[in-house]
Design a protein around this ligand. Structure first.
Ligand code: NI
Length: 168
């Protein structure tokens, strides 16, 4: 299992590089990322979060955790003007859940595990998840979507948690 960087680790703010070829090494990363996501009970994980600066995302929003989506070099081609608000959390920012407003539906393309390009529509939780994970590849986190006031409140809360855990 890979270890997940915890906010505000500066490595979370780096922009990931395009995958030039889907090699066995890339497939191995995908495998380890999926394992890490499942063990952490997350529904999505970006390579940035496990300190791999490549544009790789794994997602599984299924109840049975048997529908792994692999997105290599994912790109949002189109997004709806209509937006929707969902409560989001992040494996890199445990314990923080906040409402984030994003485009409701998106049309994307990505490469699969074999390096084949595919396109898909996403709405609902899948749309949220894809956008959240692509943010990670860009070096941003869901907190960047919040108001300054809300953001400050969360930063203070996180600082308090960090102080407490270093004392114990
Ligand atoms: Ni996240």
């Amino acid at each position: 299992m890979l270890s997940i960087l915890q906010y505000p680790d500066p490595r979370l703010f780096r922009k990931a590089e395009t995958v030039l070829e889907v090699t066995n090494q890339v497939r191995e990363i995908v495998l380890h990322m999926a394992e890490t996501m499942y063990k952490s009970a997350g529904i999505g994980l970006a390579a940035t979060q496990v300190n791999i600066q490549k544009r790789i995302v794994v997602i599984d929003i299924s109840e049975a955790k048997n529908n792994l989506l692999v997105l290599i070099n994912p790109k949002i081609i189109w997004n709806s003007n209509k937006s929707k608000t969902f409560q989001e959390g992040c494996l890199s920012i445990p314990g923080i859940y906040e409402k984030v407003t994003r485009p409701e539906s998106i049309f994307c393309k990505a490469l699969d595990n074999n390096g084949h390009e595919y396109e898909f529509n996403a709405e609902g939780i899948l749309s949220v998840c894809v956008q959240h994970e692509i943010d990670h590849l860009e070096g941003t986190v869901f907190l960047d979507h919040l108001s300054k006031l809300k953001r400050n409140r969360i930063e203070n809360k996180l600082k308090k948690i960090a102080t407490h855990s270093s004392l114990s």
